[in-house]
Design a protein. Sequence first.
Lengths: 336, 450
Amino acid sequence: MTLSRDNDLLEAFPIPEGSIVLPPTEQARSRRGSVVEALQLAIQERDPSLPLGPQTALLDEERLIVLNRFGLQLSIGGFLSDELELDLQPWRDSSAGPHLAVGALVDDENDLVLIQGVLTGEELGRLVALQPNSEDSVAVDVNAFHGGIQRLFSLVQLMEPAALPAVDWRSEGRRLFEGVVSVVGWMKGQLDETLADLGGQLQPVTAAAFRSTGDSSLPSEAQAVLTIPLGVNSNNALVNGAGSQDCIERFTLKLILLGNDDSSTQLVVQVCPELPGDLLPDGLELQLVEGSREQRQTSSNDQQLELIANHSDSLLAITLSYGNTPPLTLPPLQLR
Amino acid sequence: MARQGNHAHNCLDVNNRMASYVELRSVSTRGIDGRRLQDAEAFWDGQDLGEANPSPELDRLLLKRSQTNNDPHPLLCLRCHISHPLEAWVRALHGRFHTSYDLDLTAIASYALDDTGALTLRCSPERQEPFTFEALLKLPTGLISPFSGEVLRTYDPSRCGLPHWARMKIQCHNELKSYLRQQGLLLISDWALLADSSPRRIRESWERCGTGAYSSENMEALHKRFRTLYREAMAAYRRRTGKGSGWQPDQMFLQALAPDQAAPDTSDQLQSMASAVRKLMSGRWMQSTISAGDETADQIDPNSEGEDDDANPGEAQAMRVKIQAAIAKALDATMPGEMAREQRKFAKAPERRLAWKLYGEGMSQREIAQRCDHQQAWVSKLLDEKRRSGLIAIAAAAELKHHSTFAALMSDVEGCERLVTALRNHLIEAEREGADIPLRQWVMRHLPNQ
């Protein structure tokens, strides 16, 4: 017998758990058609009264699917895809943007559909922030869509659409930034336009200048400080830049660059009340994502929130959020 | 003596080289075995091919002779020749998956190795003709028997070697795909695999598993063009045939893909690319099967998702009652329909009912598999615990969300997911020694008698 020299090739693939088998049909289906049909089968199994629409545009590739009042953006690939393309335009431009991105895999040859999982807008925003070159679309690792069809139906059957954290990707001052900002440029007094648009101000870089400002709270090895004035307005919404001066609750986001060279650079991220000794509003959440490492702090009778990013090659994603209002997301920062 | 020894060695050597063209591997009641065909041997001896090595050139020569001479014998040699890589493919597939899936080697082999070595071909129920190339071409389109005939009549030597062609054809054998699908496995063609792969996967697989002189950049560039052309070609194929499977790249496609090189070279490059991806995924699949046994469900108690037990023991008890009631209601709403669908299969497969009975009695999937004489994958597929517990858990959570205790959980994604996970675990896992497991209890109480 001739033994194959390729016995280590994977010739067959296990059918993933949760795959939905579509009934055979004479007419070839589009991938979107396959996914819609799979969703219809899943609805029949769970709760036939769940509305799926719009009925006249279910197969329209340009339109969102609406399942029980949740707008779904479908991101579809072949059954063995490792990445799925996701169009960012619906999230940016539309006044009725999606609530969830659904990753679906279709096997045209075997009439199988797998709902890989779901991303909320917040989760998607974090992923996109780490891809500096994302423009109109982004390639998302298929495993980033998580939870399978169960997560989809858990969210759409049990939650209200308004309860999902809103990500306003359109509004002035909270645009989804496309460029990476190099923090090292701060030492030369270079402030990126995107940060300036947020109301950011770069403080003088010399130690003497720091001392002269009377800000003795800064570490001695601080090389530069970026401050963004913030506030919470009467609608309990987060406001940044000049608009924060009209807020009753005012505080500052400080990014303090420490270190003398590339190998020891650190970034200290602080949120402090405008007036020393004041308390921050409860429920203010500061998040720092550095590669696979995520840090969070939420204020509760606190005078300061602080997180530290160590020197690394990963991009930094910094987000400040308050309640259910749109968070403040900085452009991706690079320490090196 | 030495000369005799050398002669014996040379004969053995020649015999080994030509064995692939005169020994037919096929399936029998004893499994897969081989036999040397006298007609093939006689033909071989009569040609000037004694010391020729198996090669694409020899395959093309034999094919040409079968086409020009209308003689079944060169075709017979090729039928023997392709039976060897087909057997290797079948054995590799079975070897990898048979411990996890209910795969029968003979069943798989029956699709690929159904050639009896006859010199005649059945062209209709009443008529047989000599097994010539001409007779093959006269048969209607669609899969023919034996499978070797299908391989040979569709073979285009300008695209790739015959053993690889045989492998590509078995990968899109619809009946074999259907059999494997019933067992929980998918055959996916090289083309669909490449089309599904991102540039990142192509780069990684080539760097780690690629064999061949092509550079990583070259492969990525070819892959990028392939994806674009494949989408267009598949769209046209679907419009023309109404099918989503069976497409193969033809000469025109390969030339359009890489105009600067010969089509067989492009085909070889794509084959190497697909092999590298399969090897990469093979390694990952092995890792995932090893680690799958280590996974344990998060033990979140749904009773802990509401208010603090210690603060209000009375309220905690009331909450537990609500949870139990919601679960019971969800079970009664969901499981009768599920069990009715299962019951339809009991008459033809009584071991399915036995599996459910043992499940209700508390046996593990491994124990159930042993008692039912099946693989564990069969039990897992039958019970479909994850899907069913998910359906019931969401239904129970929908009931609970009307209670103020749980309403707060539904106001954020994490809380909602925690509750559903907790309910799912409660349905299928014992939270402590001796505790009832609701799903199993329901099955025990409601399993139909037949």
